[in-house]
Design a binder for this molecule. Structure first.
Ligand code: CO
Ligand code: ZN
Length: 343
């Protein structure tokens, strides 16, 4: 879990994934035959083998911001989101502003409850109303911070109860699982590319380019999915539940999983006694949507990790589900050469 902690706490908004990429490359060292970085910043690692070309995609980017404006008088920063935020999850959070002069801690605050007017209380929060306070005089801020500097949320990765919790588990958890599965798979029967992709949160951009370059027979995205098994959500809207196993995705809005892949994953999970659940996600997508459209197409699926509070700094996943996902992917890599996708 030390690796997962490092990944979760690292900063890497879409297009600026270098710090995450360095950690992934270090973790993969000695476990793959080669590593390359393409023009979009995808980290393409290759573990050579016979059999179908399997591309495993996990995205390195996390939702975050660019500095858009620095207030002349106060030094407060206005920020441009890269990825989908619910503004309410941003209030009362600490952030990091990454500048050429180093990293600065800041916060996103809101007027104290004592002085909120009844209208302000009712008005939905909007991103454009939020600002970053660096706790520094305007002149210092203007000297240190530039338009376009990146901003990430700041949160510790912790383990408690049966869960892990932190920021950017979407999708550092996918990366962690990809690396662990690659290590765990005994005698894979396929040619494996594990790709740390970029810019997923703004439209699966890295995965599209990597898919085109690698021309997979099979594409597997590893990503978190919604576990809305929380108070007030009826069972039919929960998508997945924490602790009930790896989620085998049937569809989201970017891809419909290949029926042969779905069948193969279910069968493997049953054979190996790996807990699993089926996932239908009404809205949202993963890198599988990018991979499947490469060249003449690929058979894709997403293995999802059920996660509560997705796109907030307390993304929460169950340790047993993480383990189940690693085991199912490892089992698939061992069997990939024998899987019949025509049936
Ligand atoms: Co996401
Ligand atoms: Zn994701």
């Amino acid at each position: 879990m030390e690796l997962l902690k490092r990944l979760s706490e690292a900063a890497g908004i879409p297009g600026y994934e270098a710090a995450v990429r360095a950690i992934v490359a270090e973790a993969l060292e000695g476990h793959v035959d080669s590593m390359e970085v393409d023009a979009l910043g995808n980290l393409i690692s290759h573990k050579k083998g016979d059999g179908p070309v399997v591309v495993i995609a996990c995205h390195m980017d996390e939702i975050g911001f660019l500095v858009r404006h620095i207030d002349e008088k106060t030094g407060f920063l206005r920020i441009e989101p890269l990825g989908g935020f619910d503004p309410i999850t941003l209030v009362a959070q600490r952030v990091m502003v990454h500048t050429d002069d180093g990293d600065f801690i800041g916060c996103i605050g809101r007027k104290a409850t004592h002085i909120l007017t009844p209208e302000e209380r009712k008005k939905p929060l909007e991103l454009k109303d939020l600002a970053v306070d660096l706790g520094l005089p305007a002149d210092t801020v203007k000297e240190k911070v530039a338009i376009g500097d990146t901003v990430t949320l700041r949160q510790d990765f912790i383990e408690y109860g049966d869960v892990v919790s932190g920021k950017a588990l979407d999708d550092r958890l996918g990366i962690y699982i990809g690396i662990e599965a690659l290590k765990r798979a005994v005698k894979p029967t396929c040619d494996i590319y594990l790709v740390g992709t970029t810019q997923e949160e703004v439209g699966l951009r890295g995965a599209r380019v990597a898919g085109q370059a690698l021309n997979p027979d099979i594409g597997i995205a590893l990503d978190v999915t919604i576990a809305a098994d929380t108070p007030g959500v009826p069972p039919q809207h929960q998508v997945t539940q924490l602790g009930k196993g790896v989620a085998i995705k049937l569809k989201d809005s970017a891809s419909i999983s290949h029926p042969g892949m779905v069948k193969a994953m279910k069968k493997l999970a049953e054979e190996k006694g790996i807990p699993y659940q089926m996932e239908i996600l009404p809205r949202g997508g993963t890198d599988a949507g990018g991979l499947q459209l490469a060249n003449d197409g690929a058979a894709v699926i997403t293995l999802s990790i059920p996660t509560r509070y997705v796109h907030s700094v307390i993304e929460t996943a169950h340790k047993d589900d993480i383990e189940a996902t690693i085991n199912l992917l490892a089992a698939f890599l061992e069997k990939a050469g024998q899987i019949d996708l025509t049936g």
